[in-house]
Design a protein around this ligand. Sequence first.
Ligand SMILES: CC(C)(COP(=O)(O)OP(=O)(O)OC[C@H]1O[C@@H](n2cnc3c(N)ncnc32)[C@H](O)[C@@H]1OP(=O)(O)O)[C@@H](O)C(=O)NCCC(=O)NCCS
Length: 151
Amino acid sequence: MDVKYITNKNNISRSQIKEYLKKTDNDFYPKLSSRVDITEYAGKIYEKAVLIVAVIKKYGYIGLTAFYANDFNSRKSYLSNINVMKTFSGLGIANTMMGIMENYLIDNGFKEIYLEVYNKNYRALSLYEKYDFKIEEDIGNFFKMKKIIQR
Ligand SMILES: CC(C)(COP(=O)(O)OP(=O)(O)OC[C@H]1O[C@@H](n2cnc3c(N)ncnc32)[C@H](O)[C@@H]1OP(=O)(O)O)[C@@H](O)C(=O)NCCC(=O)NCCS
C-alpha cells in the first residue's frame, strides 16, 4: 500500500482538515467533538501546529498528526492529536507519523514533548508508552504524559 506522508501545509486546507476530523470524530475516545468545536480546532491546528498527513492516492487522507512546536525559549512541544482512520489501523501508520514527528523535534532542537490522553484510551496509551512517554500527572480521567527527546 502506497502511503505518502506530507508535512507541507500547501497540500491540505483548513476545510479539508475540518472534513477529515468530522469523518473520524467517532474513532476518538472520547469523541473529539465532545471536547472541542471541530471547526475552531481545525482552524487552530492549521494556523499553529505542525501537521503530518498520511494520504493514499485513491482514498484521500487516512491519518493526521498535529503538534505544536512554537516555543523556542522553553523548547517544549505538545502533541495535540494523532489519529488514523479505522480501516487503516494496525498497519504502522501511527508508528511512521511518530517517527516523522520525533525527527522534526530533534532537527529543531526541542527537548520535551507533552500530551494528554484519556486514561481508558488503551490503544493510544500503548502507542505513547512504546515511544517512551511517561505519565507525569493524573488529571481526573486524563493522564498528562511527557517524553524527553533524545538526540
Ligand atoms: C491510536 C492510533 C493513532 C494508532 O494508530 P495505528 O496506525 O493503528 O497504529 P500503528 O499500527 O502504527 O501501531 C502503533 C502502536 O499503537 C498501539 N496500537 C495500535 N493498535 C492497537 C490495538 N488495537 N491495541 C493496542 N495497541 C494498539 C501499539 O502500541 C502499536 O505498536 P506495535 O506496532 O508495536 O504493536 C489509532 O488507533 C487511532 O487513530 N485512534 C483513535 C484516535 C485517538 O484516540 N488518538 C489518540 C488521542 S488524540
